[in-house]
Design a protein around this ligand. Structure first.
Ligand SMILES: C[S@@+](CC[C@H](N)C(=O)[O-])C[C@H]1O[C@@H](n2cnc3c(N)ncnc32)[C@H](O)[C@@H]1O
Length: 242
């Protein structure tokens, strides 16, 4: 699995939203900006700002790739649950497909708030809720359930997105804007479909048999060709100030 290419695909789903939110949050005037859980740098590479950019991630391999894709960013290996920065260090602190993976999202969001300066912005740009996903036609409904189970087995909370806004509230962040993002449904090209299936095949190993996966992939392909395929995973964002 080429994770950078997967993260770049996901980055495409939120590009428009990020442009809007970063402008509102004052990215052009920010001096210090941090991405928590920066992965391979798919998002940091697209942050164009005179600010000093910082990225933090648990994974050393992700950070090596991040250095290649976002060479201007200062990178730190660390845990979102205990950010190694002083209070109020950043004007903007954001994350993207991170909080579903952390064991205590409230603590991570509280840490993001702590390291944000007074009046600065905290942004969670994309957190999915697989439990409310839609897979049509109905023969494909199992795909969503299996994927949620796979995320659970990998340690993620597949329905965290539904609790994002309340988590910001509990962390004492003043919510300015929150809601579902649009875009993941726009996946149309053959390449994107193959990429989606590469993720599914990797996720479903050990949950469904090779034969079951093969059958669902063929059903999916047929439904797409006939214009019947619906794939929707509600994914939420939240923007607030400290
Ligand atoms: C799905 S990836 C998203 C990467 C990047 N934000 C993006 O959207 O391209 C989640 C990233 O969060 C990192 N991560 C998970 N738990 C973490 C934690 N407790 N502290 C810091 N990073 C964490 C993982 O190592 C991984 O790189």
């Amino acid at each position: 699995m080429n994770w950078h290419s997967r993260y770049s695909q996901q980055a495409g789903w939120t590009r428009e939203l990020r442009g809007y939110l970063f402008a509102k949050a004052g990215l052009d005037k920010a001096q210090h900006v941090l991405e928590v859980g920066c992965g391979t740098g798919a998002i940091l590479a697209e942050v164009h700002s005179p600010a000093s950019l910082h990225g933090l991630d648990l994974g050393p391999a992700a950070l090596i790739q991040c250095k290649l894709h976002a060479p201007a960013a200062s990178l730190t290996r660390g845990d979102a649950l205990a950010l190694p920065y002083s209070d109020g260090s950043f004007d903007i602190v954001f994350c993207h497909f991170l909080l579903l993976w952390v064991s205590n999202p409230l603590q991570a969001v509280s840490e993001m708030k702590r390291v944000t300066c007074r009046g600065g912005s905290i942004l969670a740009l994309a957190e999915p809720d697989y439990s409310a996903g839609v897979n049509k036609p109905d023969e494909l409904a199992m795909l969503g359930q299996w994927q949620a189970e796979s995320l659970r087995r990998q340690g993620a909370d597949p329905s965290f997105g539904a609790r994002l806004a309340e988590t910001f509230y509990q962390a004492g962040i003043r919510l300015i804007e929150t809601g579902p993002i649009q875009g993941a449904e726009k996946m149309r090209s053959a390449d994107e479909w193959e990429q989606e299936w590469a993720v599914l095949e990797s996720d479903l190993t050990g949950i469904a048999s090779v034969e079951e996966i093969r059958k669902l992939k063929a059903l999916d392909q047929k439904a797409r060709a006939e214009g019947q395929r619906v794939l929707h995973v509600p994914t939420y964002f939240a923007w607030g100030t400290s």
